[in-house]
Design a protein around this ligand. Structure first.
Ligand code: HPA
Length: 293
């Protein structure tokens, strides 16, 4: 596995330089005195978490240098700094998705900015379809591991020149989701009355924007995936590369269709409806967890 020592001046397909990330981080550091150690990426319909912050300072993505804009209904498109249970946090109220047309590098862009801000822990939340037959709509799944399906096709945010200031060329991913943080989140869930609908499993990312065919769902089940979604993995790869600890939570918003006689169809309205029903529980779990870190 010899890295052919690509020079930074050779424009491989990575579209950002260290200076781009640095400029975004420095701009934010100049706008706020808050120095969060925890970053939270809010999934579809889960942006309400950011509304819970106290002493909020809000930066719409369109005002932040080098930040793209978020285009999906259910995603506000702003970075919110503030305190959750007395802990300084920064929340992405709306994330960037590959299916919106963003490059895989853009999708993960904010995570390196968080690293430069001094963030040490990343909490990622998402909406996902349940593949595991024992799951129910409304369950919250602690992400134990992931399958990076776009990565199988070469779409990896770490592809291209490796800047050692962020991390090593060949990062391990066998410990992508921090076991200590998972155990803590399990305790937080139990203490908040969420234990009865807490699950644990493997999240599989697909590129989207189509929901899966029946054959695809059956294939993902055979691969060992428990939930499927269209996000999260690029951000986690970049977070682990630069040494952030990661906690991942999927809200199971729908069960995927695996039966050719079924009339059911996955749809975004159902996803948002379930997030509305469970948003409060997830918010309580995450805020309690943040207080426990
Ligand atoms: N498939 C992919 N992504 C999703 C789903 C699903 O069923 N539900 C929520 N996000």
């Amino acid at each position: 596995m010899d890295d052919m020592a690509a020079s930074p001046s050779v424009n491989l397909s990575s579209s950002y330089s260290y200076e781009d990330y640095r400029q975004t981080a420095d701009w934010l550091l100049a706008q706020t005195e808050q120095r969060p150690k925890v970053a939270i990426i809010c999934g579809s319909g889960l942006g309400g978490l950011a509304d819970l912050l106290e002493n909020k300072e809000v930066f719409p993505y369109k005002n932040i240098p080098h930040f793209p804009d978020s285009t999906v209904p259910g995603h506000a498109g702003q970075l919110v700094f503030g305190e959750l249970k007395g802990r300084q946090c920064v929340c992405m109220q709306g994330r960037f998705h590959f299916y919106e047309g963003h490059s895989i590098y853009t999708v993960a862009y904010p995570v390196r900015v968080f690293f430069l801000l001094g963030v040490e822990t990343l909490i990622v939340t998402n909406a996902a379809g349940g593949l595991n037959g024992s799951f129910k709509v409304g369950d919250i799944m602690l992400i134990k591991d992931h399958i990076n399906m776009p990565g199988f096709a070469g779409q990896n945010p770490l592809r291209g020149h490796n800047d050692e200031r962020f991390g090593t060329r060949f990062p391990a991913m066998s410990d992508a989701y921090d076991r200590e943080l998972s155990a803590l989140a399990r305790r937080a869930a139990e203490e908040q009355g969420c234990g009865s609908f807490l699950q644990q499993g493997v999240y599989c990312m697909l590129g989207g924007p189509c929901f899966e065919t029946i054959a695809e769902c059956k294939a993902l089940q055979l691969l060992g995936a428990d939930a499927v979604g269209m996000s999260t993995v690029p951000e986690v790869l970049v977070a682990r590369h630069c040494g952030l600890r990661v906690l991942g939570l999927s809200l199971i918003t729908n069960m995927v269709v695996t039966d050719y006689t079924s009339e059911e169809k996955a749809n975004h309205e159902e996803v948002l409806e379930t997030t509305r029903l469970r948003a409060q529980d997830l918010q309580r779990l995450v805020s309690h967890f943040v207080a426990m870190i």
